[in-house]
Design a protein around this ligand. Structure first.
Ligand code: G3P
Length: 442
């Protein structure tokens, strides 16, 4: 359904009422319900995965993994929540100059109220529960605005929470057009926190949102720096996995390879050999490369490819597109004047820039407006750490492609890649506020 603004108002009112009672529900009971929801979610993995296959063309195996991973995330969140929210702090006054020990400050974490969660199309279930779980365990209510592509999977996932017995109004899913309810939701006075994952829209939201905490993950141009001493088979395997899983439609996909000239030919050859083996086709057949999410997305990718062609990039494969299906493409000898050197295609097209020094690679990485993740391949751990320190990215992976998981790891972007840090513990903390009570002795 395309919800109206009046319907959004009703959901917000219900969320506000439900949250008050939920905040008084014992923490262990909140955790118990989350564990139940996690189990139901896993039981429903087949129908939810089918939705993901049909709605967002996620390869069948990956779709099932997304649901199972989501159930595990919810369970872990319940366990982490009872630990970190079950602890408070006691401060005494005489550690600050001029004070006697006559004040005792008790502080603990309390919920924010109503959390608005907006996940992207590429993980409509997993990146929804990564917001829902922390919000609920911390005593908040939650309103989910799922992506248009992925909305049916998200509704089914929310239904699992309802089946688990969460109180009415505590978790709602509002589907509809961004043009009708997008700004209305993000600027709604009933919202006390926004957790968003997606693209540029997040920057617009951050400018319009009120005085509420924001958690944002807005994409990246993850660089893969390859040194001469790297294990080149490992490099090739990770470039293919990192750059082409789910047809490159991941914020953490490898989006530019910065490789030392001396090993570039060998790695390009190894990557091409692997790309030739990828299965291209419909998601139902568990193809590796499936159609990208929309026609406009495919057109955008094509625009980047054509720009690179005009400016002289080397095409390692012939460019091929049928509708929204784009065959995997490696572009070698990409130069900084090409759009694809900087923009994220969110598709199965990967640029390779040959470098003559590590500094050149770090410079390219840091000149990006993004700073989500990056990776470096070398057998020299000292060099790897120094490069990691120099890269302006929220996370740097040594000898592996970028990835958000395991889902309890901190996940954050610098610059235009986001605000705040995700990961289970960080999200729980972010969706709470510190509340203090001070006991004053006579
Ligand atoms: O694009 C979403 C981003 O969070 C990637 O997640 O698990 O594919 O690294 P993952």
């Amino acid at each position: 359904p395309a919800c109206t603004q009046e319907e959004v108002n009703k959901v917000m009112d219900a969320a506000k009422v439900a949250q008050k009672a939920w905040a008084r529900t014992p923490l262990w009971k909140r955790a118990e319900l989350l564990h139940k929801a996690a189990a139901i979610l896993k039981e429903h993995k087949t129908p939810i995965a089918e939705c993901l296959v049909k709605e967002i063309a996620k390869p069948a195996k990956d779709a099932v993994s997304e649901v199972v991973r989501s159930g595990d995330l919810v369970s872990y969140t319940a366990e982490e929540g009872v630990r970190i929210l079950g602890e408070g702090k006691l401060l005494v006054s005489d550690s600050f100059p001029g004070n006697e020990r006559n004040k005792y400050c008790l502080s603990s974490k309390v919920p924010l109220g109503v959390v608005l969660a907006i996940p992207p199309f590429n993980y409509p279930v997993n990146l929804a529960v990564s917001k829902i779980g922390p919000a609920l365990i911390a005593g908040n209510s939650l309103v989910l605005k799922p992506p248009t592509q992925g909305a049916v999977a998200a509704l089914h996932m929310v239904h699992c929470f309802h089946l688990a017995g969460f109180p009415k109004g505590l978790i709602s899913c509002v589907t509809g057009k961004g043009s009708e309810i997008g700004d209305f939701l993000t600027m709604h006075p009933g919202v006390n926190c926004i957790s968003f994952t997606g693209g540029d829209t997040g920057i617009a939201i951050s400018k319009k949102a009120g005085m509420v905490p924001l958690q944002m993950e807005l994409g990246g141009k993850d660089a893969c720096i390859v040194l001469e001493d790297a294990d080149l088979d490992l490099v090739a395997a990770n470039i293919v996995k990192g750059g082409f899983s789910y047809s490159g439609q991941r914020c953490t996909a490898v989006k530019v390879v910065l490789i030392m000239e001396a090993v570039a030919d060998t790695v390009v050859e190894k990557v091409n050999a692997k790309l030739a083996k990828l299965k291209v086709g419909p998601p139902e057949d568990d193809s590796d490369i499936t159609p990208v999410v929309t026609e406009s997305s495919a057109n955008f990718i094509e625009g980047l490819v054509m720009d690179a062609k005009e400016k002289g990039a080397t095409f390692c494969q012939e460019y091929r597109r049928e509708g929204n299906l784009i065959w995997p493409l490696l572009l070698d000898h990409v130069r900084p004047d090409m759009r694809i050197a900087w923009e994220e295609p969110f598709g199965p097209v990967l640029p390779v820039i040959r470098i003559n020094s590590v500094e050149e690679g770090i410079h390219h990485c840091n000149a990006s407006n993004f700073g989500l993740q990056g990776c470096v391949f070398t057998r020299d751990i000292n060099k790897a750490i120094m490069i990691s320190d120099a890269m302006e990215s929220g996370t740097v992976q040594i000898n592996s492609a970028p990835a958000r998981g395991p889902d309890h790891f901190p996940f954050q972007g610098l610059k235009d890649s986001g605000i705040g840090s995700q990961g289970i513990t960080n999200s729980i903390n972010m969706m709470t506020k510190v509340k203090s009570t001070v006991i004053n002795l006579p």
